[in-house]
Write a new protein. Structure first.
Length: 132
């Protein structure tokens, strides 16, 4: 998938914590043609029945230029608004091929640790840090 992606945005560590009111934050790097093309921050807040602390990483694979352009020109991209994002699990990853990869962005969650009820990327806001 990485060879077909126009760019990959990697957040190696995101920390999510909450007790009724929660938040998550992390920093990442956009890679394009194997080179750093920007630094980004992820932030989100939530409320509701939640408790715990969790760390995880995720990578967003931008499969189309349109999705990447949306990230680059938005003043903070809210995941769940704009390009369609598919969260990939192990079953999907095993069956994915270049003919089945039709969406704008695919997200892989990795290195999960800790305990937190409920996890999702929707509502996370991704903002460029280096002014590019």
């Amino acid at each position: 998938m990485g060879r077909k992606a126009v760019a990959v945005l990697v957040f190696p560590e995101i920390v999510k914590a909450g007790l009724l009111i929660g938040g998550q934050t992390g920093t990442g790097v956009l890679l394009r043609s194997g080179k750093t093309a920007g630094r980004y921050r992820l932030a989100a807040a939530s409320y509701g029945l939640q408790a715990g602390v969790q760390k995880y990483g995720y990578a967003l694979f931008f499969m189309k230029e349109e999705g990447l352009r949306y990230l680059e020109r938005s003043d903070g991209w809210e995941v769940g608004v704009g390009p369609s994002v598919v969260i990939v699990d192990q079953g999907f990853a095993r069956s994915a091929s270049t003919t089945t990869l039709m969406e704008d962005v695919y997200a892989f969650v990795f290195d999960q640790s800790g305990l937190m009820a409920g996890m999702g990327l929707n509502g996370s806001k991704i903002t460029r840090m280096d002014g590019g």
